[in-house]
Design a protein around this ligand. Structure first.
Ligand SMILES: [Zn+2]
Length: 107
């Protein structure tokens, strides 16, 4: 399956009035990049990102939880997470900060 063609299938979601409004509200309420904040960096967010990829599901697209990200984090960190299921950021001790990281999932 070619990822570029599947992306195009739901590209029009992002031009709906519903989305433009939802995106604006998300960035107004959460103006800073979440991933940068987790690293102690303050960066203005420009992307309203779905925490769980909607993969073209209109309901998930409309109702799924959003997070504010800067373009850099959205392009790099997010791809890493979608590929592995957790983020690669670590704290000052070198411990993974993402609760989904295998090291943090032991119960
Ligand atoms: Zn960022």
């Amino acid at each position: 399956m070619d990822p570029t063609t599947t992306r195009v299938k739901w590209q029009h979601f992002y031009t709906t009035a519903f989305w433009l409004r939802r995106r604006k509200l998300q960035l107004r309420h959460h103006p800073l990049c979440k991933f940068c904040l987790e690293r102690g960096v303050v960066t203005r967010a420009t992307v309203a990102d779905h925490v769980e990829p909607h993969r073209g599901d209109w309901n998930k697209f409309c109702l799924g939880e959003l997070q504010s990200l800067c373009a850099d984090c959205h392009n790099s960190e997010k791809k890493f997470i979608e590929a592995r299921g957790y983020g690669g950021a670590v704290d000052d001790d070198g411990w993974p900060t993402d609760p989904r990281h295998p090291a943090n999932r032991r119960r």
